[in-house]
Design a protein around this ligand. Sequence first.
Ligand SMILES: [Zn+2]
Length: 185
Amino acid sequence: MPRGLKSVPEFALKANFYRPSTYKGETAYQASFEAKIIFNYMQIKDILLGEGYKSLEDLSAYLIRERLGLMWDNPIFAFSNIYGEEFEFLVYQDRISVWDHHGSVSIGVFPRTSTGVREMLAASEEYTHGLIRCSECGDKMLKTDTAGRYFAGSYCKRCWETDWIDENGREHKNVRDIEAHENYE
Ligand SMILES: [Zn+2]
């Protein structure tokens, strides 16, 4: 069976929102768009602290796969803060990881508790105001003062120079890890 929906409404086909593709005599309609599930800042707390967080995958399967016919392995969940800026998030083992709307800058990892969710929303508001927390020490800094980036992490000058640059000024994955490894050998 080809990926996509078995049928789509006439208007959606006419509008090119879906395109038919046939494979071994079976036709499926593939979406011309992607989708993201975005929760409002007023509801995200109740969803994360109630039972809702357990059903995010089910919601994705129902809306994204069954209704929209989109197929990808990583459902994209987001919430919007009071300023309307969107942040992607994932819940794993009672920890909430949050990124900017591209999923490329880490905003932080927060415990799935009342305080944690409050912190998460506060960090997202600070981000809109141009502040970010260092991925290592958690100190707030201006985004423009980020001394170094590694994957989605942003590091303050102190942490970057302590842990990520060796005495010859070379940037490393993590100088402390390398030193520990060298001492072990
Ligand atoms: Zn730091």
